[in-house]
Ligand binder design. Structure first.
Ligand SMILES: CC(C)(COP(=O)(O)OP(=O)(O)OC[C@H]1O[C@@H](n2cnc3c(N)ncnc32)[C@H](O)[C@@H]1OP(=O)(O)O)[C@@H](O)C(=O)NCCC(=O)NCCS
Length: 135
C-alpha cells in the first residue's frame, strides 16, 4: 500500500522522533515536548507519510513559511526502508503546495536529492546562539 501524506498530529510524535533519532538529530530529540510544540508552531507546515494499518510514520517534512512568498525546510527525513521510492520528493511537493508560497530554501546534507529537483544552488550557513555569544 502506498504511503499517505497527511498533516502531522500529536499521535505521530513518537514516530517522528524515531526518524529524527535514526539521523542522530540530537537537538530535535533531546526535549520531545519542545519538538512537539515546534512542529505545530505558527507558520509551520508539518506533514507525515503514513503507511500500513498501524499508520507507521515513514517520513516527515517540517516546513516554515510566510504563507505568501518564502518557505524554509527545517527538517525532512524518510525512514531507511522506504527510501528511494519517491517519498522525499512527494513530501517536498505536498508541503510546498500547502504553504501556497512560490519557493523554498533549505540547508542541504543531501545534495543529490535536491539536485534532482532544481539547478538553483546556493551556499548555506547555520548560526547557533553560542556562535554569537548567547546562552
Ligand atoms: C534525503 C531523503 C529525504 C530523500 O528521500 P527519498 O524518499 O529517498 O527520496 P526520493 O525517493 O523522493 O528521491 C527523489 C530523487 O532523488 C534521488 N535521490 C534521493 N536521495 C539520493 C541520494 N542520497 N543520492 C542520490 N540520489 C538520491 C532519487 O534517486 C530520486 O531520483 P529520480 O527522481 O531520478 O528517481 C532521504 O534520503 C533521507 O531521509 N535522508 C536522511 C535524512 C536527510 O539527509 N535529510 C535531508 C536533510 S537536508
Amino acid at each position: 500500500m502506498a504511503a499517505r501524506i497527511e498533516p502531522y498530529a500529536a499521535e505521530h510524535l513518537d514516530g517522528v522522533l524515531a526518524l529524527f533519532a535514526a539521523e542522530r538529530w540530537l537537538t530535535l530529540i533531546e526535549d520531545p515536548a519542545r519538538t512537539g510544540r515546534a512542529l505545530v508552531a505558527p507558520g509551520c507546515t508539518t506533514l507525515v507519510a503514513l503507511d500500513g494499518p498501524d499508520d507507521t510514520v515513514d517520513g516527515v517534512i517540517w516546513m516554515q513559511s510566510d504563507g505568501e512568498i518564502q518557505a524554509h525546510v527545517s527538517a525532512i527525513t524518510v525512514g531507511a526502508s522506504p527510501r528511494g521510492q519517491g517519498l522525499g520528493r512527494q513530501l517536498i511537493t505536498a508541503a510546498l503546495d500547502r504553504t501556497g508560497v512560490t519557493r523554498v530554501d533549505l540547508i542541504s546534507v543531501a545534495d543529490e536529492f535536491y539536485g534532482k529537483m532544481t539547478e538553483r544552488r546556493f551556499q548555506g550557513f547555520r548560526i547557533t546562539r553560542g556562535d554569537v555569544g548567547l546562552r
